[in-house]
Ligand binder design. Structure first.
Ligand code: AMP
Length: 282
């Protein structure tokens, strides 16, 4: 496994393998790897000849009062896990390389970035779109793998790739959960034991909402209320949003009918968690 922090060397590495006819898979991450990230690596290994993982905590997608400074950084452990999974290349750029003095070009994210995370984390998707675009240019992979865990992010990336004619195929992989349903996240490390127990309410709430939707009687408001009740019962009061939305546009549904995505963002203690379930058309 090679570890490279220079964009020119990384791009050369990819081009050399593509010239040999190899299909290259890309898994962008911010590190602090868990089984959710590793499921993307496995998906890439299953369909590509060589997998590239990027590890970069991207400062431009964090707001001024967010957790950029304290975000977990566990590079040595991450590299061990990737080595064990026969990843071919890990790209670990520095801030100085990604955002050198004078850097001032950003990607204006698509309309699907406007609501939900976009509203509660101003500038977040501008940072995401910009860094993902940069990573696609540095690692010109054939396929890139993203997790459904960050549902709105997948819609932003899919739209950007289409709108800007980026020659990469996007694959969205299912959310990997702990046994009790909590979606795996690098931020789960921030939770105390008691908060960790309460955090299971996010997924339980989403399931209650899905059940309300599938019973077919409720309005979108009633579906969201079903989610809210489970959160409130677990003592989670600091809720950024609960939304029943169109799975493509992410606009709120006017009628509670699949296909839909049910999205939630809430703080458990000081830790902001997000989760979602997609309810396909019957
Ligand atoms: P992050 O390191 O949080 O930026 O995540 C890197 C990639 O891993 C993104 O595409 C995430 O959606 C994906 N990911 C994070 N958590 C999970 C999970 N629990 N299941 C599946 N994919 C995940």
């Amino acid at each position: 496994m090679q570890v490279i922090d220079d964009p020119v060397a990384a791009r050369r590495w990819v081009h050399e393998r593509q010239r040999e006819g190899k299909r290259i898979g890309l898994v962008p991450t911010m590190g602090a790897l868990h089984d959710g990230h590793l499921s993307l690596v496995q998906a890439s290994r299953a369909e590509c000849d060589a997998t590239v993982v990027t590890i970069y905590v991207n400062p431009t997608q964090f707001g001024p009062n967010e957790d950029f400074q304290k975000y977990p950084r566990t590079l040595e452990r991450d590299l061990e896990q990737l080595r064990a999974r026969e990843v071919a290349l890990v790209f670990t750029p520095s801030d100085a390389v990604m955002y050198p003095p004078g850097f001032s070009t950003y990607v204006e994210p698509p309309a699907v970035a406007r609501r939900w995370e976009g509203e509660h984390r101003p500038g977040h998707f501008r940072g995401v779109a910009t860094v993902v675009m940069k990573l696609f240019n540095i690692i010109p992979a054939d396929v890139a793998f993203f997790g459904q865990k960050d549902y709105q992010q997948t819609r932003v990336v899919l739209r950007m790739v289409e709108d800007l004619n980026i020659p990469v195929q996007i694959k969205v992989c299912p959310t990997v959960r702990e046994d009790d349903g909590l979606a795996m996240s690098s931020r789960n490390q921030y939770l105390s034991a008691e908060e960790r127990r309460r955090a299971t309410a996010l997924y339980r709430g989403l399931q209650a909402g899905r059940a309300a939707l599938e019973q077919g009687t409720g309005s979108p408001h009633a579906v969201c209320q079903a989610v809210r009740q489970v959160l409130i019962d677990a003592g989670i009061n600091d809720i950024d949003y609960i939304a029943l939305a169109d799975p493509e546009s992410l606009e709120p549904l006017e009628v509670a009918r699949p296909p839909a995505v049910l999205l939630v963002a809430a703080r458990v203690g000081g830790t902001r968690l997000i989760d979602n379930v997609v309810i396909p058309k019957y």
